[in-house]
Design a protein around this ligand. Structure first.
Ligand code: GLU
Length: 446
């Protein structure tokens, strides 16, 4: 069995040698699937895994735009439509200088399993651009978004592919993208999620990824007869996911003591709360300002060139980006008394880090389960758009909480069933795989 899995992974690497993040994501899933292939040869016969690692469609395009100084700029746009077996492609758009095809493919691949776990009818996709939103004016961002959508619009639609936000794409960008889409197709539809509330957005969508992470985390603790009350938590990012995670973690009685970015981190021993949290909320999501500004504002120490994982904590929640927590950081966290870790970002822990947590017996929640509340609430936004109705905050929050509980339960039940009790990675990967794989078999060789 391992030979079969190794050969699929080797083939993926051979085809696209440079796409290292994609290889990493594929390998993590593929390795979890050994017990599935052993019990169910039909998946191997139908070459389901080989089909899953090949996107149904990839669109790559030029995005030309004019900056405020009148200079022409050229970026690259992407949309990876990975799998539509259980619903229209669904997944965010990322605007960040590091974006390339390999990163888009890894994110789209993760999204397929994540979306399946939500139990909502959404396939998987991802897109974005190497455009850097930092230091750009509103007008520059608008012109960029309009140019980006001028090509993307022909590939998406409310029943085809429904993009949303991710790093560097929030309410402002979704607004500019939606405006241009509507102008091009002359239809007001639910083609994007993460819209602002007054024109079709869902209440709770901005909060959903962070709150959902906190809900999942509280389930993990409950499964260990523990609670969040009094726990110290280290996080990394301070965007939409990080700030709303802090808000909900505070409600649960925990204390979040760090945030950071690619340049360093700030340690706030009293916990980020009250007016400090209100200052932090728009810092990245609206102002695209560096994390150091938080340290400067409140007279806290800024530690240049280090990640927050050197700070002793009970729980670590990487909330920023892929591979931000490596094996060394994992060892430091464990040595400092770490008890739980859940990924709020997509693939923030390297395989070496995951191995360290596993060896130490520390419960580890993988991003595709932990952060699924964001896309789940996008699914709820799609449902509301289709009905032309809007649910109350309480209704959406109750649904989100129920979905996160179910994902947690499904991970544990599936892990148990396939001989890896307590292993959330195995549980999430197999549960997501089975749903998509069965739909693919039902639909024939397509
Ligand atoms: N970008 C988010 C994710 O990684 C949300 C995607 C969506 O809402 O479609 O799941």
């Amino acid at each position: 069995m391992d030979d079969y899995i190794d050969s699929v992974v080797a083939k993926v690497k051979e085809r696209d040698p440079g796409e290292v993040e994609f290889h990493q994501a594929v390998r993590e899933v593929a390795e979890s699937l050994a017990p599935v292939f052993a019990l169910h040869p039909e998946y191997q016969e139908a070459r389901i895994l080989e089909r899953m690692v090949e996107p149904e469609r990839v669109v790559m395009f030029r995005v030309p735009w004019v900056d405020d100084a009148g200079r022409v700029q050229v970026n690259r746009g992407f949309r990876v439509q990975m799998n539509s077996a259980i619903g229209p492609y669904k997944g965010g758009l990322r605007f960040a200088p590091s974006v390339n095809l390999g990163i888009m493919k890894f994110l789209a691949f993760e999204q397929v399993f994540k979306n399946a776990l939500t139990t909502l009818p959404m396939g998987g996709g991802k897109g974005g651009s190497d455009f850097d939103p930092r230091g750009k004016s509103d007008n520059e961002v608008m012109r960029f978004c309009q140019s980006f959508m001028t090509e993307l619009f022909r590939h998406i639609g409310p029943d085809t592919d429904v993009p949303a936000g991710d790093i560097g794409v929030g309410g402002r960008e979704i607004g500019f993208l939606f405006g241009q889409y509507k102008r091009l197709v002359n239809k007001f539809t639910g083609v994007l999620t993460g819209k602002r509330i007054n024109w079709g957005g869902s209440l709770m969508r901005p909060e959903a990824t962070g709150y959902g992470t906190a809900y999942f985390l509280s389930e993990v603790l409950m499964a260990n007869n523990d609670t969040l009350e009094g726990k110290t938590i280290a996080i990394s990012g301070y965007g939409n996911v990080g700030t709303f995670f802090i808000e909900k973690a505070n409600e649960f009685g925990a204390k979040v003591v760090t945030i950071g970015d690619e340049y360093g981190y700030v340690y706030d021993p009293d916990g980020i709360k009250g007016e400090k949290l209100e200052f932090l909320k728009p810092l990245w999501t609206e102002q695209r300002r560096p994390a150091k500004d938080y340290a400067d504002e409140f007279g806290l120490e800024w530690v240049e060139g280090k990640r927050p994982w050197v700070v002793p904590c009970d729980i670590a929640v990487p909330t920023a980006t892929q591979n931000e927590l490596d094996g060394e950081s994992a060892k430091t966290l464990v040595a400092n008394g770490l008890r739980y870790i859940v990924e709020a970002a997509n693939m923030p822990c390297t395989p070496e880090a995951i191995e360290v947590f596993r060896a130490a017996g520390i419960p580890f929640g993988p991003g595709k389960a932990v952060n699924a509340g964001g896309v789940a609430t996008s699914g709820l936004e799609m449902a509301q758009n289709s009905m032309r109705l809007a649910w109350s905050r309480e209704e959406v929050d109750a649904k989100l909480r129920g979905i996160m509980k179910n994902i947690h339960r499904a991970c544990l039940a599936t892990a148990e069933r396939f001989g890896a009790p307590g292993d959330y990675v195995v549980g999430a990967n197999i549960a997501g795989f089975l749903k998509v794989a069965d739909a693919m078999i039902d639909q024939g060789v397509v």
